[in-house]
Design a protein around this ligand. Sequence first.
Ligand SMILES: Nc1ncnc2c1ncn2[C@@H]1O[C@H](COP(=O)(O)OP(=O)(O)OP(=O)(O)O)[C@@H](O)[C@H]1O
Length: 248
Amino acid sequence: MADSVVFSEVWKTYQRELGGVSAPALRGVTFSVRRGETLGLIGANGAGKSTCIRLLMDFIRPDRGCITIEDRSPENSILRRDIGYLPEIASFPASLTILDMLRFVGATHDLPKAVLAEQSERWLKTLELWDVRKRPIRTYSKGMQQRGSFVLALVHDPALLVLDEPMSGLDPIGRASIIRLIRDLKVQGKTILFCTHILEDMDQLADRVLILHKGEKRFLGTPNDLSAEFGTNSIVDGFLSAIAEEQS
Ligand SMILES: Nc1ncnc2c1ncn2[C@@H]1O[C@H](COP(=O)(O)OP(=O)(O)OP(=O)(O)O)[C@@H](O)[C@H]1O
């Protein structure tokens, strides 16, 4: 399978606001996401997960190393049309409806009106927001807002999905519906990179798991490989072993 996303020896250190630099957030991280694969990125707080996502989205640039998406630099704005991005915290202007937001996203991606209308209906129905499409988004529950964010990430039919904590803050029903959605998207052939703290979902979602710890790659492989490598029976135990081993 060809690679869609490649990180090669990527280093990133943030500047401190009052001058000086902090410890590197990423230390020579190398991994790839194959086309059609779902890669789950896990790590403790501060491990570097969001930094990977910010680099991929070209919100920040690496100090060293190379990142490519379909063999092109993330700086290439044409790539945006093929990426669906779900931010960790959705922030919607207070009075807008999901239809207003869809018009905005449609204009950003130059979607023809008919395509926007058809795709909007498809995803609003799939994600059970069709009946509330004319309500201001601020009246939505957290789960509905998250589904709304997915509609906005999917309406232009991107091949690559970058999902920052897609299950965070959801109740078990909301979480189950997002898990179903991600599995459906995978069946549709999407390439998916997501990060999460909810390790239990990994078995159901990820083809491969990338474990980061303090900016370093500690493990990359299938959930089964993780169990085999550390002699554990669950993702949680495998994860704890992967980040503990080199601390001793
Ligand atoms: N804007 C910033 N300025 C300075 N340091 C930052 C900034 N953003 C992140 N860092 C630091 O970089 C490191 C990696 O942070 P990052 O947000 O990538 O971790 P994470 O794995 O996403 O953590 P979390 O699970 O808490 O979201 C941390 O030490 C963090 O303090």
